[in-house]
Design a protein around this ligand. Sequence first.
Ligand SMILES: [Zn+2]
Ligand SMILES: [Zn+2]
Length: 330
Amino acid sequence: MDTLERVPIATPFSVGRVNCYLFTEEGLTVVDPGPATNESYEELRTALARIDSRIADVDRVLITHPHMDHFGLAGRIVEESGARVFAHEDAAAQLSDPIGYFETEQRFFEPFLLSMGMPADTVDTVLELPEPYTNYQDPVTVTDELAEGNVVDIGVDLECISTPGHAPGSICYNAVAEDAMLTGDHVLPEITPNPLLTLVPGTDDERTRSLPTYLESLRTVLAMDVSVGYGGHGDPMPDLQVPIRETISHHQDRKERIAGLVADDEPATAYELMKTMFPDLPATEMFPGMSEVIGHLDLLEDEDRVAIEESDGVKRYVLETTDDVPRSDE
Ligand SMILES: [Zn+2]
Ligand SMILES: [Zn+2]
């Protein structure tokens, strides 16, 4: 896509740089400006100066999903430019109050993680760890809430493809005329995006079934048969089908591995299964680790291959042994 410029922006996170994309066809559009740090602000300012533009000139900010490495700086850009802000309607509430959202999530996930067998002191550690990282995002009001099928005209038409899973309110922006797609973190080169557990948008007491939802969104994009992908991290993907197929098969393999860990006679908690799967996981990786294991257990539950037994508020998984249940090979 000739009309787009990729600007890798520094982040304080282990994922490394985040891709910001600039479009200058009709006004100035910034897709995913980066986290709210002075460093990312300066990098964006420098990139804009190269095309004789300033932050104050930004007309539109498009957000792929409500993760702070992508949207954090949007609020500061809007303050300086009065830019319109486009994001999925399911992301709007989180974007306008990211700290409030984080706190609501913590309140939900404390009893949830306990019910999944995580020891109480580990739960405390896991939920407190992200706190210092909440500063890299400023609240931003979405002026243009998007839904599946909406088209945003930024000089090229971008069709919104709703792709929840990695995050609620995740959008891929499909440049139909260019046979190219901005995929955010939905599809990445080299990295398997984590299907993090979150609250279902608009609720404070229900978690997402992130992995089944994510795989469904992946198949949606696969079926669209778009050639080139521009992800939220890393280089452009010249054949978008390749990382999508790899990600689907990665999860297929992992699901079978986890199915192999669930016993048919001794029920185990998701936490116990995670410890078997990833014995040396540091606390910083435990929430993604639990998301991963619970996601695959959700898939197995959807296929009637595991059952859940609950006692004293703790859930344990056991292999479903009924013979008359047809096994899906997916
Ligand atoms: Zn993300
Ligand atoms: Zn990211």
